[in-house]
Write a protein that binds this ligand. Sequence first.
Ligand SMILES: Cc1cc2nc3c(=O)[nH]c(=O)nc-3n(C[C@H](O)[C@H](O)[C@H](O)COP(=O)(O)OP(=O)(O)OC[C@H]3O[C@@H](n4cnc5c(N)ncnc54)[C@H](O)[C@@H]3O)c2cc1C
Length: 254
Amino acid sequence: MRGFDQELREQLLEALPKHGITVHAGISPEKIEALENETRRVSLSNGEKIETDCVFFATGRKPNVDGLGLDAVGVKTEKGAIVVDAQSTSSVPNIYAIGDVTDRINLTPVAIGEGHTLAERLFSKHPPRDWSYETTPKAVFFSETLASVGLTEEEAARQADLEVFTASFRPLRQTLIGRDRKAFMKLVVERESQKVVGAHMMGEAAAELMQGVAIAVTGGLTKRDFDRTIGIHPTTAEEFVTMRSPTRQVSKTA
Ligand SMILES: Cc1cc2nc3c(=O)[nH]c(=O)nc-3n(C[C@H](O)[C@H](O)[C@H](O)COP(=O)(O)OP(=O)(O)OC[C@H]3O[C@@H](n4cnc5c(N)ncnc54)[C@H](O)[C@@H]3O)c2cc1C
């Protein structure tokens, strides 16, 4: 969950046991052995052993640049990724790189966006569309969906004093079906400008909902704009326009 708002990550950690998931923090798997009957035994760095039928091992990703001959033409790489400037130009002015191979934000719409922008810049008479990595929304589709747009509280606090609005509640639908599932929603607002610089959510349909909020954050709207937006009742989404008082004031960090 690296890169997500810390409070959102903590909410997820709290919610996971309700989905039957146990988190072993700060522990690494050291050995996986195949036993009889399709059983796998995982030895952990704290000496514990877990027997299970399936091990899903997330190893991460790295750019696939071996054998492309980048060195031969002088294209610089860093940790295996092609180094580019804001215009996606590599260290060789007529060689460009877009998408995961540049290891900026590794998402499909970002790769497509970078491709569009580059094509427009090189071949179109019109200026390329202007979009920002800072307001690129993202989601994790998991037992609890997480979705975010803009800055985390930690990032925003490095830039300005903040007002942080949070709401944590059981959505009406979850109450009706008798499920103990919570939604958590959060707005990060720059105190002086009242600009909403970040929105974060954990809960059902968080990704669907965040796409709309991303338009407001990309547009640089203020908390007042959120406040004067009428909610749709009864929805979880209406919480984003009904958070009246800040949960806390946060001073700019050094
Ligand atoms: C498991 C998983 C789940 C994901 N889920 C999501 C998601 O839900 N939402 C989302 O937005 N993003 C998701 N992503 C990220 C998304 O897939 C990537 O960000 C996106 O595909 C990047 O596009 P790309 O064109 O840069 O790279 P790719 O889609 O990886 O395309 C690169 C292409 O180049 C080819 N290639 C590589 N080397 C050579 C070579 N030497 N010669 C010729 N061809 C070559 C490859 O075969 C590949 O077809 C996920 C990624 C993974 C791995």
